[in-house]
Ligand binder design. Structure first.
Ligand code: ADE
Length: 229
């Protein structure tokens, strides 16, 4: 690896990362700020994309094509689906899908468009480092499926659809789009999330309450992983 990209979607998701670094150089590009640092002898570019699949795709592609990052790690929060995942718990995606991608009218499965695939897998070697770090630090991490869509999910009806259709363990609004970009450009990546809510009728309240603490859980774990890369 020569340059590492670290992404979040919201400012609150990268703030606890930036807190670890000194001598940050800010580059403005495409209506966004990119924070360049050197840490542990590693060149790193950090950015938050803004919420949703379009902004996340733009930022991931920019970090790879303009900033020449050759590995990408994502840190942030997610809504829990798997009942084992409580607020604050960590999940690493082994694969991701787009739960709102729907051309079923033409006989295709949910999450599929021609030329694409329903599930994009994350890079096993990076997941292995993450699991090793979790074991060494006594952190509980679930490896599972993350479903992404341009919706803040706050109903059991939608949550149940995503669980039943994709067997997803957690859901959020950026991961699968970052996965599609990294997969297409052959860039190793992983998506890490800490649970902020359960995507049910209390989700809006819980998200506001736990965004910062869960984002910090994810960021603190990610920094431990970066030290092992
Ligand atoms: N990220 C965190 N919680 C979420 C939810 N309930 N829906 C979509 N994205 C989320």
């Amino acid at each position: 690896m020569t340059k590492l990209a670290i992404m979040g979607a919201m400012e609150e998701e990268i703030e606890p990362l930036l807190a670890h670094f000194e001598n940050v150089n800010i580059v403005e590009f495409a209506n966004n700020k990119y924070y360049e640092v050197n840490y542990n002898g590693l060149d790193i570019v950090i950015a938050y994309s803004k919420i949703g699949k379009v902004f996340a795709s733009l930022t991931a592609a920019t970090m790879i094509e303009k900033f020449a990052c050759d590995t990408l790690l994502f840190s942030g929060v997610a809504g829990g689906i798997n009942p084992e995942l409580k607020i604050g718990d960590l999940i690493i995606a082994d694969k991701l899908c787009q739960h709102d991608l729907d051309i079923t009218a033409f006989g295709h499965p949910n999450g599929y468009v021609p030329g694409g695939k329903v599930f994009v897998e994350t890079t096993k070697s990076l997941r292995d480092v993450a699991i090793k770090v979790a074991n060494e630090n006594n952190l509980k991490v679930i490896e599972g499926t993350i479903a992404t869509g341009d919706q803040f999910v706050h109903s059991t009806e939608r949550k149940d659809f995503i669980q039943t259709t994709f067997k997803a363990d957690a859901l959020e609004m950026e991961g699968a789009s970052v996965a599609v970009v990294c997969d297409a450009l052959n860039v190793p990546f992983f998506i890490l999330r800490a649970i902020s809510d359960s995507a049910d009728m209390d989700a809006g309240f819980d998200f506001d309450e736990f965004l910062k603490s869960s984002a910090k859980n994810s960021a603190d774990y990610l920094i431990k992983i970066v030290k092992e890369l």
